[in-house]
Design a protein around this ligand. Structure first.
Ligand SMILES: Nc1ncnc2c1ncn2[C@@H]1O[C@H](COP(=O)(O)OP(=O)(O)OP(=O)(O)O)[C@@H](O)[C@H]1O
Length: 616
C-alpha cells in the first residue's frame, strides 16, 4: 500500500487533473442521458464562474461579487449575436469574453481606486443593477420576459448537435482550468499570494497593488463571460432573473465550499452546489437564506474549504508512508523548483549589485502635532554601510518608510541616483532599485522558503502572463533562473537545506535572514535593513554581519537601522544618529563612539563610563 502511494506521489501533479479533464470530455461515451448531460454542462458553467471569483478572492484577496454581471454580459452578447444571425460559437466566445473583460475593467477601476471594501460594494451594487439594466434596454434584450429566438450554435457553418455542444462546453472548461493552473503555479501566482496577504510587502517588492488586483478581477471576468456564452447556447433562452443576487451568492458559496485558494476546488464546489441544493425546486425558494447561513457557518468552520481537507488528508497519507510533507506540492498544485537541495556554502559569491547613492535632504514629516522628522539629511553611498541609530521613537523607521515611498515627506528631497523619489509610490521606488526588510519580518503564509526568496525576483525579471499560461520558452528560462538565484541566495544565508520548509514556521532569526536573501535576489541598488539583528543569536548575528558586509562590497548602498551598538561600530562605514527627529551626530564609528551627546542621549552613559565598559 505504502509503495503504491509513493508511486502515486512520484507522478507529476498535473497528471490527475488532466486525466479528470479527459474523462469529463469523454463522459457522454459512458451513455449519459439528456438530463445528466445537462447537469454536467451546468456544473461546467458554474465552475467557470466560481474559478473567476477564486482568482480575485482567493488569490488577489479582493472580495468581488461581479461574476454574475460578467456572466450576464457574456450571455447577452451571445444571445444578441445569435438573434442577429451570428451563431458561430467561436465568434460568440471571443466576443462574450471581450465584453465581460471590458465590464471587469470598467467596474474594477473605480472600485479598486477607492480601496478598502469599495470593490466588494461596487460589485455588489453592479449585481443588484443587472436585472434592471437588462430590463431598461428591453427593446434589444427582451426585457423582463427574456430574450428568445436564439438559434442553435454553429461551428464552421455546421449546427452543433447536443453531443458536440457538450464537447465544446466541457472542452472550454478544461482549457480554462489548464490556463488557471498554469497561471497560479507561475511566479504571477506567487505574486498574487504575496499581494493577498500583505499589500505593503508586495508593493515594497515592486508589485503594483492596484494593477495586480485589477488584473485578477478583470481576468476573473473572462471565464464568467465564457460561461455566459455557453449557458445561452445550452438553454437557447435567457432572462434577467438568471443573473441576479441569488446567482452571485451561490457562486460565493461554491467558492468558499471548494476552497477559494484552490484551482480545482472551484469545480468541486460548483459540482456540489449544482448537483445538490440547486436541483431542488423547494430549495430555490429558500436559496438566499441557505446560502447566507452556509457562508456564515461554512466560512468559520471550513476555513480553506474542501481543498484544505484534501491537502490535510494527503499530508496524513504522506506521513503514514514516510514521505516528507515538506516536499509535497503546495495547495495551488505547483512545485517551486525541481532541483535538488543545495549545499550551504559560505563561499558563495554575492553577485555584483547595481549600487546607487541615496540622498536625503532636509526631510520633514509630522503626524498631527508629532514632528517625527524635523529636517533630516543623510547620504548613503554605494559600497558602504550607513548605520542609522537613535533612541526609540527618534524617527528611524519613519525615515525608511519615507525612502521606500510608504510615507510622503512634508518637505525636503529624497534622491536615488539622479532620480527624485519622494513623490513615487512604493512599488515605483522599489523599481528604482530600493529593497528593504521590515522591523517585524513580513513573511506570507503558505509559501516555502524557496518561494519566498523567488518572490523577491518578481519585479526585476519579467515573464509575461501569456508566456506563463502557455509555458513558453521565456517562462521556462525565467523560472530556471528564479530557482537557481534563490538557491544561491539561500546558501549564502546558510539556509539551503530549508528550501522546502514552510517559511512562516521558521524561528525569528531565520525569518530575518530569509528576508535578507529575498532582498538580495532582487539585485538592489539600495538596501534598507530595519533592525535585522534583533532576535538573532550570536552565531546568526555573525553570519548576518558577514552577509551585510558582502552585500555592500558587492556594490549596494546599505542603510542599517540597528540597536545593536557593537554591531553598528563593527560594520558601519558611516553612522548617523537621530534623536527626536533630528540628526545629532554623524561620522565614522570611531568618532561616534566617543561623541558625548550620542553617548548620553542614546546610551545614557558618559565618555568615561563608555571607555570603562569597553575596557571591561
Ligand atoms: N503612522 C504613524 N502615525 C502616527 N505617528 C507615527 C506613525 N509612525 C511613526 N509615528 C511616530 O513617529 C515617531 C517616530 O517613530 P519611529 O517608529 O520612526 O521611531 P524609531 O526610531 O523607528 O523607533 P523604534 O526604534 O522604537 O523603532 C514616534 O513618535 C511615532 O509614534
Amino acid at each position: 500500500m505504502t509503495a503504491i502511494w509513493c508511486r502515486v506521489r512520484a507522478l507529476p501533479g498535473w497528471v490527475f487533473p488532466l486525466a479528470a479533464g479527459v474523462v469529463l470530455i469523454l463522459l457522454p461515451l459512458a451513455g449519459l442521458d439528456f438530463a445528466a448531460s445537462r447537469q454536467v454542462q451546468l456544473v461546467c458553467v458554474l465552475a467557470l464562474l466560481v474559478s473567476g471569483l477564486n482568482l480575485s478572492l482567493g488569490y488577489a484577496g479582493e472580495l468581488a461579487l461581479g461574476q454574475a454581471a460578467m456572466f450576464a454580459a457574456g450571455a447577452y452578447t451571445a444571445g444578441l449575436l445569435s438573434v442577429s444571425g451570428h451563431t458561430d460559437i467561436v465568434l460568440q466566445l471571443v466576443a462574450g469574453g471581450v465584453v465581460a473583460l471590458a465590464v471587469g475593467v470598467v467596474t474594477g477601476i473605480p472600485g479598486l481606486r477607492l480601496g478598502h471594501w469599495s470593490l466588494a460594494l461596487t460589485s455588489f451594487f453592479l449585481v443588484l443593477l443587472v436585472p434592471d439594466v437588462i430590463a431598461a434596454f428591453g427593446e434589444v434584450t427582451g426585457g423582463r420576459s427574456g430574450l428568445s429566438g436564439i438559434a442553435e450554435a454553429t461551428l464552421l457553418g455546421e449546427v452543433l448537435e447536443p453531443e458536440a455542444l457538450y464537447v465544446v462546453i466541457a472542452g472550454v472548461t478544461v482549457l480554462w482550468f489548464v490556463v488557471l493552473r498554469n497561471l497560479v503555479t507561475s511566479r504571477h501566482g506567487l505574486a498574487f499570494r504575496v499581494l493577498k496577504q500583505s499589500p505593503v510587502l508586495a508593493s515594497s517588492m515592486g508589485i503594483s497593488v492596484f494593477r495586480m488586483k485589477l488584473l485578477a478581477y478583470a481576468l476573473g471576468a473572462l471565464p464568467a463571460g465564457l460561461a455566459g456564452v455557453l449557458f445561452t447556447n445550452l438553454d437557447l433562452y435567457i432572462s434577467p432573473e438568471a443573473f441576479g443576487f441569488t446567482l452571485a451568492t451561490s457562486v460565493l458559496a461554491a467558492s468558499i465550499l471548494g476552497g477559494s485558494t484552490s484551482v480545482y476546488g472551484a469545480f468541486v464546489g460548483a459540482a456540489i452546489m449544482q448537483l445538490g441544493p440547486n436541483q431542488s425546486t423547494e430549495f430555490q425558494q429558500y436559496a438566499l437564506l441557505v446560502y447566507g447561513a452556509f457562508l456564515v457557518v461554512g466560512g468559520v468552520l471550513l476555513s480553506g474549504g474542501l481543498a484544505r481537507l484534501y491537502w490535510l488528508l494527503i499530508a496524513r497519507l504522506d506521513r503514514a508512508a514516510g514521505l516528507s510533507s515538506a516536499r509535497a506540492p503546495k495547495p495551488s498544485g505547483g512545485q517551486a523548483g525541481d532541483s535538488e537541495d543545495s549545499e550551504d556554502s559560505e563561499d558563495s559569491e554575492v553577485p555584483a549589485l547595481p549600487g546607487r547613492p541615496l540622498e536625503v535632504a532636509g526631510v520633514r514629516k509630522a503626524f498631527g502635532g508629532n514632528q517625527a522628522l524635523a529636517g533630516v539629511s543623510l547620504t548613503a553611498s554605494p559600497g558602504k554601510v550607513t548605520a542609522l541609530i537613535g533612541p526609540n521613537g527618534s524617527g528611524k523607521t519613519t525615515l525608511l518608510n519615507m525612502v521606500s515611498g510608504f510615507y510622503r515627506a512634508d518637505s525636503g528631497h529624497i534622491r536615488i541616483g539622479e532620480r527624485q523619489v519622494q513623490r513615487l509610490t512604493p512599488h515605483r521606488v522599489a523599481r528604482e532599485g530600493v529593497a528593504r526588510t521590515f522591523q517585524t519580518p513580513n513573511i506570507p503564509e503558505g509559501l516555502s522558503v524557496l518561494e519566498v526568496v523567488i518572490s523577491g525576483r518578481y519585479a526585476g525579471q519579467r515573464a509575461s502572463m501569456l508566456s506563463a499560461v502557455l509555458r513558453l520558452p521565456r517562462f521556462r528560462r525565467v523560472r530556471t533562473a528564479d530557482v537557481a538565484e534563490a538557491e544561491q541566495a539561500l546558501s549564502l544565508v546558510g539556509m539551503g537545506q530549508l528550501r522546502d520548509t514552510e517559511a512562516v514556521s521558521l524561528p525569528l532569526g531565520m525569518r530575518r535572514l530569509l528576508e535578507v536573501a529575498k532582498v538580495l535576489v532582487s539585485r538592489p541598488g539600495v538596501v534598507l535593513l530595519d533592525e535585522v539583528a534583533s532576535g538573532l543569536d550570536e552565531d546568526e548575528v555573525c553570519r548576518l554581519a558577514e552577509l551585510i558586509r558582502r552585500i555592500s562590497d558587492a556594490g549596494a548602498a546599505v542603510v542599517l537601522v540597528e540597536h545593536n551598538f557593537r554591531l553598528v561600530l563593527d560594520l558601519a562605514d558611516e553612522v548617523v544618529v537621530l534623536a527626536q527627529g533630528e540628526v545629532i551626530a554623524s561620522g565614522p564609528p570611531e568618532v561616534i563612539e566617543n561623541d558625548e551627546r550620542v553617548l548620553s542621549e542614546y546610551l545614557g552613559v558618559t565618555v568615561a563610563e563608555a571607555g570603562e565598559g569597553q575596557r571591561g
